[in-house]
Write a protein that binds this ligand. Structure first.
Ligand code: AMP
Length: 499
């Protein structure tokens, strides 16, 4: 089931492909608009550099993505939660020729900027038929997702058509809905690959994507107004977003009578949340999906059963996808015995070929097997019991906060770019099993008479120019110096005792 081929079969359908607020676009319109945008890209791009998309959940973002794939080029979506500097950084890494700008910000650079009005003008012309010879082929890159990198530089994960097809051919069975069910939530930002589930699985099935945008997330009243109108059949999000919605009493099967499946991915799923959801949506199915971006959306999944809920253990992340080979390795390099935790290392057709133009980081995390397959060291500690994998913790300083993947050192590197900061350390503060917020400890390069509160506000304002808002630490503590442990390293344990 490949997106372009399936959408071609639907190219005359008048069914809505995407609904966003009061607007919608049919499968026919989506196809025709993507053809004309593809023609524009072909005429205006000399190189095969990726197409950058800056926006949120605007309907035509999908037209641009499909258009890029039709020209054989990768797209790279950058969500508006990222500051414009991040976009410029990615533009300079990718040497892109075109940025499709759906935001209200004005963007300038060594590239063409196309806004919604220009897209409408491009799409108002006579029809065009793209040449199938140009469509992305098996080993071509379809998209590049830039994730948080520990050096403070974004790392671009390259995902090929082969990677996506391997993921889709496995996970589509978990996505099955009852015959009459039609509407699928499309909430996850396109900068996060869980959005591939609506895009690469449900859209080609002919289902309608129901977009939830950032403004709705910032305004619960508006969010619930649209949810109420949606008639959703399947929910796809991080556990954190579902939890926020579930706090509201209105969020139940009366409001969403067709909702029969919850696909939750990207961070730890707790029993408390599953229990709550099952009480609000009695016969619903809950799926826990696990995977890093480098493994194309998900590498493992499982449907949460009664038995799992009753067990003493935390919820499993399930079994790896078919064809995947894996090892659980301990710190000394030996294989973990059953139920012993170790790092999950996976070899699969779903594994990316590496980071875009970043050999150093690629060599650190990826490897090739003797028979030429690609493997990835996930950095996740897991254990296996009775054929199921259980997530334990991260090996490094990468965390998940409200579903966003964050390298704590990425925040620290950006803090250190602020001229009046001498050094910094960022730590996660846990709330039950998940990270509740982040806390930064900083030392200043100059003594100041300014009250700490004022300095903290200044730090946050400076940081906002460098990193997305979800990465800004909730609390900042200014210290005269860091406590050190016996090895002379900063004593993180003692730092946490400070709060
Ligand atoms: P990302 O690349 O943003 O998808 O983040 C991948 C990381 O999120 C993984 O390496 C895990 O640390 C974490 N993660 C993803 N799914 C789960 C899950 N179901 N349970 C626990 N952690 C998860």
């Amino acid at each position: 089931m490949w997106l372009l081929e399936e959408l071609e079969k639907l190219k005359c359908s008048k069914q809505p492909a995407i609904i966003h607020r009061e607007n919608s676009i049919t499968f026919e319109e989506l196809w025709n608009r993507s053809e004309l945008i593809a023609e524009y890209i072909e005429k205006n791009c000399k190189s095969d550099s990726p197409i950058l998309i800056y926006g949120n959940k605007e309907t035509d973002i999908v037209s641009v993505m499909i258009a890029s794939l039709k020209t054989g080029r990768a797209y790279s979506p950058v969500d508006i939660t990222y500051p414009i500097e991040r976009l410029y950084k990615i533009a300079s890494i990718t040497k892109c020729e075109i940025v499709f700008n759906f935001s209200n910000f004005s963007i300038n650079g060594n590239f063409k900027v196309i806004d919604q009005n220009q897209i409408d003008a491009i799409c108002s012309k006579e029809g065009y038929e793209s040449s199938k010879n140009n469509w992305v082929k098996k080993d071509d890159i379809c998209y590049i997702l830039f994730t948080s990198g520990s050096t403070g530089e974004p790392k671009g994960v390259k995902i090929s058509r082969k990677n996506i097809e391997n993921f889709v051919s496995w996970f589509k069975d978990d996505c099955k809905l009852s015959e009459s069910k039609q509407v699928v939530i499309n909430q996850v930002s396109y900068s996060f690959d869980v959005s591939d589930i609506p895009l690469y699985i449900y859209l080609p099935m002919g289902k309608t994507l129901f977009n939830i945008d950032k403004a709705m997330l910032d305004n619960t009243k508006e969010l619930f107004y649209y949810l109420q109108k949606s008639d959703l059949s399947v929910w796809i999000s991080t556990p954190a977003f579902l939890e926020i919605c579930s706090f509201d009493d209105k969020f139940n099967s009366k409001m969403l009578p067709s909702l029969e499946k919850f696909i939750l991915a990207g961070e730890v799923l707790t029993k408390k949340l599953v229990r709550n959801i099952k009480s609000k949506f009695e016969n619903s199915v809950v799926i826990n999906g696990y995977g890093p971006t480098e493994g194309t959306v998900l590498l493992a999944s499982c449907e949460i059963s009664e038995e799992m809920m009753k067990s003493e253990k935390s919820l499993p992340i399930g079994k790896l996808l078919p064809g995947a080979k894996y090892e659980i390795t301990k710190e000394d390099g030996t294989l973990a015995k059953s139920t012993e935790p170790g790092e999950l290392v996976v070899v699969s057709e779903s594994i990316s070929s590496g980071y875009y133009k970043n050999k150093e980081q690629t060599d650190k995390a990826f490897f090739k097997t003797e028979d030429g397959k690609v493997g990835y060291k996930t950095g996740d500690l897991v254990f296996e019991e009775n054929g199921l994998l259980y997530y334990v913790a991260r090996k490094d300083f990468q965390i998940k906060l409200n579903g966003f993947r964050i390298e704590l050192d990425d925040i620290a590197s950006n803090l250190n770019k602020i001229p009046f900061i001498s050094s910094s350390i960022v730590m996660p503060v846990y709330k039950e099993e998940r990270v509740g917020y982040t806390l930064a400890f900083v030392t200043l390069s100059e003594k100041t008479e300014e009250p700490n509160l004022k300095t903290c506000i200044r730090i946050k304002n400076e940081l906002r120019k460098l990193i997305p808002s979800y990465m800004i630490p909730r609390k900042i503590k200014i210290l005269d110096m860091f406590p050190l442990n016996t090895n002379g390293k900063i004593d993180r344990k003692r730092l946490m005792e400070e709060i």
